[in-house]
Design a protein around this ligand. Structure first.
Ligand code: SF4
Length: 366
């Protein structure tokens, strides 16, 4: 019965922590794949207050962090071509390839513009008719509708000096691959609302069944995350493996239908390379032949290689749930946000930069 008592956010958090301490009576390991949720967990100090036996590992949920060095090399090679303007997001330009980054080649005369949305790249192309504007489209499936919409708009207005390097990654095949590793021993997956944009929620239902995996979609506030953790622990204790999609109301089915239609019109899925994980079946998008004018891979004859990653860096282990930033000898020493070695320290979604910001920075003299 409702007692009429209003529970504040802080009280609710306390209740949820208490509940977690009560119900975690065995070692449980959960993966928090989303970079934004990992950042929120650190920002709210959730990690320190968890029961001892509840182990949270990170996953491949930062789209910039999972880009192999060889793909960054390809972005750089195209950016160095004459009459090219590369329009890229802020996080991406600092990510190192084998030897350079988009930021470092700006000093050598490459024209790189920082944008916040794909349509910004289109606008640059409209205003710079004598240049070719290349947009490296890095992101997960949630970003695919806006990239598809931009390409369709370019085709609609007949713009021929704009093209995209499709570098979108799809999470479900990668989660599937990781769950095959018995050493990881992940029992539950905390997912974010992001996946729900074009969400193939069915893919997660299949994953839950296939790997006996408990899944929960949560938001980004402390209470959302704690409720997700409580739900996952309860599922695991009850031997359930379901995909708990309580946030399905965020996007209407009409919005999802339209987004999926646009994506299918522009892209199809192919095997794609991920940093530290190799080639994963059907885990990325390429542009359909009908729209090849907007495909930078074809226009510039791009060949993606693996490239050379910094040997000190342990991003590969971290994005596959096999370690946390403090396990890396460079963390907070040779590698800081001011002098980053790997992508996990560069991107705001990167787990190393989140650890540094909310753990090291908050310590006295840290
Ligand atoms: S701390 Fe730096 S070097 Fe170590 S894993 Fe993270 S990004 Fe790589």
């Amino acid at each position: 019965m409702n007692s009429g008592k209003v529970t504040t956010d802080e009280e609710r958090q306390r209740e949820l922590f208490d509940e977690l301490h009560e119900i975690v009576d065995r070692p449980i390991r959960l993966m928090v794949a989303c970079g934004t949720q990992n950042r929120a967990i650190l920002r709210y100090g959730i990690r320190e207050k968890l029961p001892r036996y509840l182990d949270l590992v990170a996953g491949p949920g930062c789209s910039v962090c999972v880009m192999p060095a060889g793909h960054i090399d390809a972005f750089i090679k195209v950016a160095l071509q004459p009459d090219v303007i590369t329009a890229a997001c802020d996080d991406l330009i600092r990510v190192p390839g084998s030897t350079e980054s988009l930021e470092s080649i700006m000093e050598k005369g490459a024209h790189v513009e920082i944008i916040s949305a794909p349509m910004d790249a289109l606008e640059i192309a409209v205003n710079e008719p004598d240049k070719i504007v290349v947009y490296p489209a890095v992101g997960f499936e949630a970003t695919a509708p806006s990239v598809a919409e931009t390409i369709l708009e370019a085709a609609r207005i007949g713009l021929d000096n704009f093209c995209v390097i499709p570098s979108i990654r799809l999470l479900p095949p990668t989660i599937d691959l990781l769950m095959h590793d018995p050493e990881l021993n992940i029992q539950g997956l905390l997912c974010s609302d992001h996946i729900n944009t074009i969400s193939d929620t069915e893919a997660y239902t299949v994953l839950a069944k296939k790997h006996n995996l408990s899944c929960f979609i949560a938001g980004f506030e402390a209470v959302d995350i704690l409720e997700g953790l409580v739900s996952l622990v309860k599922q695991i204790r009850n031997g359930e493996s379901v995909f708990d999609d309580t946030s399905a109301f965020i996007y209407s089915s009409e919005e999802k239908k339209n987004a999926r239609k646009m994506v299918a019109e522009v892209f199809f899925a192919v095997d794609t390379h991920w940093r530290g994980l190799g080639s994963i079946e059907q885990s990325g998008f390429v542009i359909r032949d009908e729209l090849s004018l907007y495909d930078a891979v074809k226009r510039f004859n791009i060949r993606f290689s693996q490239g050379h990653e910094q040997c000190l860096c342990q991003c590969n282990a971290i994005i596959s749930g096999r370690g946390l930033p403090p396990d890396c000898p460079a963390f907070g020493m040779a590698c800081t946000p001011h002098n980053p070695i790997g992508p996990c320290m560069i991107s705001d979604e990167g787990i190393c930069s989140s650890y540094f910001k909310y753990n090291v920075d908050s310590r006295p003299n840290g």
